[in-house]
Design a protein around this ligand. Structure first.
Ligand code: ARG
Length: 259
């Protein structure tokens, strides 16, 4: 995770970002600290990346890499405003003892567009990550990649429209995907939790699950009961300030999946 010390909305690279709307930086920091403390209280280790001035979106750490089996595929950002974040993430991994760190050839925004299930690597395309990043990730991780076409600009990253709950169980919002991709998801995940529009629109799918606890945006309350029915424990998190940048719980969290 990376604290939102320099967070602001000065440019707009997704429909959530309105530079004319003020951000309360103190509140953003307090909300971020609350998320970090929740993870720690649940027994998870949180590594903290040093925020850099001039990179206001660095708080969205999920975009900096994708990590599976202890192997790190770095990011390459679609927009110049975030380009410099990629090298900072790679340097962090190298300095912290990760030996398999690859700089990618093709544009990919890390876990923003890659989701890991037991069987597959789900990969979004359409707004940010290049379709060419999908075979690149498949080759690097040796896991089958399922390419999914995102069609609604509000759901510009896969992790705004789909979340892995555990194993091969997911929740998602079908209208964010092309008809063909919806059919693929229905075929692979016939028992998925299907989100309603209101919960998707409060970025309720931008969630992090440890297999039991599901941390998700507090306003997405419609997801709580269906999650409980499936044996999960939903934990609502208020990240109202980060939402102004177009991200929430998952965007702020890069998962370090060890070998
Ligand atoms: N403002 C950031 C951007 O548009 C938000 C990124 C959100 N991250 C995510 N994993 N969806 O790039």
């Amino acid at each position: 995770m990376c604290p939102p010390a320099h967070f602001k909305v000065t440019y707009s690279i997704n429909p959530w970002m309105d530079p004319s709307k003020p951000v309360d930086l103190r509140l953003a920091l307090a909300q971020w600290e609350d998320l970090r403390d929740r993870y720690r209280a649940l027994g998870h280790t949180v590594e903290v990346l040093e925020p850099q001035p001039g990179l206001p979106d660095m708080v969205f750490a999920a975009n900096g890499a994708i990590v599976v089996d202890g192997r790190v595929l770095g990011a390459r950002f679609a927009h110049p405003q975030r380009a410099a974040e990629a090298a900072i993430h790679r340097a962090w991994f190298r300095e912290n003892g990760w030996t398999e760190v690859q700089e990618p050839l093709h544009i990919n925004e890390g876990e923003g567009d890659f989701a890991v299930t037991d069987t597959w690597l789900l990969a979004g395309r359409g707004f940010r990550s290049s379709p060419l990043s999908h075979p690149e990730a498949q080759e690097f991780f040796g896991r089958p990649v399922i390419g999914l076409d995102l069609v609604d600009p509000r759901y510009y990253h896969l992790d705004t429209a789909l979340s892995v709950l555990g194993g091969d169980e997911i929740m998602y919002y079908p209208p964010a995907f092309s008809p063909g991709s919806r059919a693929v998801l229905a075929r692979l995940f016939p028992d998925a939790l299907i989100a309603e529009e209101a919960d998707a629109a409060s970025l309720g799918l931008n969630a992090v699950s440890d297999g039991l606890h599901v941390l998700l945006p507090q306003p997405a309350a419609g997801l709580f009961a269906p999650l409980r029915d499936r044996g999960y424990e939903p934990i609502g998190i208020d990240l109202s300030e980060l939402l102004k940048g177009g991200g929430s719980v998952k965007c702020a969290t890069l998962e370090l999946r060890l070998a």
